[in-house]
Design a binder for this molecule. Structure first.
Ligand SMILES: NC(=O)c1ccc[n+]([C@@H]2O[C@H](COP(=O)([O-])OP(=O)(O)OC[C@H]3O[C@@H](n4cnc5c(N)ncnc54)[C@H](OP(=O)(O)O)[C@@H]3O)[C@@H](O)[C@H]2O)c1
Length: 326
């Protein structure tokens, strides 16, 4: 697997990281542990988690996986979101509904839209930050995390002195290697204006918005970029698929010639992953890949060097019709 060097971390990091948002909710502990082990054997060493993930169970499951291999993996966890309030009931629903919710995308989307499945935003205070990290460390069964990030923080909280001091204190105590912000583009920009504290940003890399182009250049004190949502949010993937179909058989033949799947849906996912790997060539791209087929496809694509041409392909497919005809 291609690896990258992130500022502040000694060992190389696999360019694709495992996103654990569904670990313990949509995905059972047993299925999740198998998937994590399989990905790790293939070279994945970055695992992204949060107290709220997996209806509150993801950190503990990841901790079971990490036992005995802590020095060989990187863990990023966060603070600021708690699992949904009616969590016990939700866990029961998850365990009963897993077989159906896991396979039907529409049902999953409807499930996620239900207010009772939403994570709860917590008001950030120095005490909350310290307590949350200690609880995370206990669940993860470790004495430190490699990255500790504010999770979807209010923009005004990122630069607050008391918040930054609390985070820096945890870093000085050796409990945290890097401090980051996992939020939207504006949150990332604010974080990177405070680089004495924050040296990692995690954000959605929706191909139609190209947010990485709006981050400051990584000169001077460098920072690490971790991206997610690379298959697109709000129907981007469907738009790319539609555009590919509208472009006619020649476009699909060209994709096949370049090594993409002959199935358009799969080809689009592969193309979007190539685009994300090229857009964030020096950072980590997070993917949920509990499904064996997804995992092997994604791990295959991260073997070679990034393909900048995928950026142009996706831009062309997403361009308004008049522009793409010019
Ligand atoms: N900081 C934040 O606010 C934030 C927000 C969102 C996400 N994240 C992090 O990023 C991770 C990834 O989240 P995401 O939203 O970007 O999800 P994603 O990786 O785009 O995954 C979404 C769905 O796509 C499937 N998938 C994976 N590879 C595929 C492929 N090659 N072809 C077709 N489908 C594929 C996954 O299935 P399977 O898993 O079933 O294989 C999953 O059901 C999360 O787990 C979390 O760690 C962070």
């Amino acid at each position: 697997m291609r690896t990258v060097r992130l500022p502040g971390l000694e060992r190389p990091v696999g360019a694709i990281g495992f996103g654990c948002a569904s670990l313990g909710s949509r995905i059972s502990a047993a299925q999740g542990l198998d998937a994590l082990a399989d990905a790790h054997a293939a070279g994945v060493n970055w695992f992204d988690v949060a107290p709220a993930y997996g209806a509150g169970d993801a950190e503990a499951i990841l901790g079971r996986f990490a036992r005995g291999k802590r020095d060989g993996i990187y863990i990023c966890t966060k603070v600021g979101l708690a699992p949904p309030q009616r969590n016990a009931l939700l866990k029961q629903v998850y365990s009963m509904a897993r077989p159906i919710v896991g396979t039907l995308t529409g049902l999953r989307r409807a499930f996620r839209r239900m207010p009772s499945t939403r994570n709860v935003s917590l008001p950030l205070t120095p005490q909350l930050i310290t307590d949350s990290l200690h609880s995370s460390l206990q669940r993860l069964g470790t004495d430190h995390v490699d990255v500790f990030a504010l999770h979807k923080p209010a923009h005004g909280d990122i630069g607050r002195d008391d918040i930054q001091r609390a985070l820096q204190g945890l870093r000085q105590a050796g409990k945290v290697r890097l401090i980051g912000v996992a939020g939207d583009l504006e949150a990332a920009q604010i974080a990177l204006a405070n680089r004495d504290t924050y040296t990692m940003v995690q954000l959605a890399d929706d191909p139609s918005a190209q947010p990485l182009q709006q981050l400051p250049p990584a000169g001077g004190p460098c920072y690490a970029v971790v991206t997610h949502s690379i298959l697109g949010v709000g129907g981007t993937r469907e738009r790319v698929l539609h555009a590919l179909r509208m472009a006619g058989p020649a476009a699909m033949s060209e994709m096949i010639r370049l090594g993409y799947s002959p199935k358009p849906e799969q080809a689009v996912a592969e193309l979007l992953l190539d685009r994300a790997l090229a857009a964030n060539a020096n950072g980590v791209v997070l993917m949920s890949m509990f499904g064996a087929r997804h995992r092997s496809e994604n791990l295959r694509r991260v073997q070679g060097t990034p393909k900048p041409e995928a950026l142009q392909w996706v831009s062309r497919l997403l361009a308004p019709v008049s522009e793409s005809r010019e």
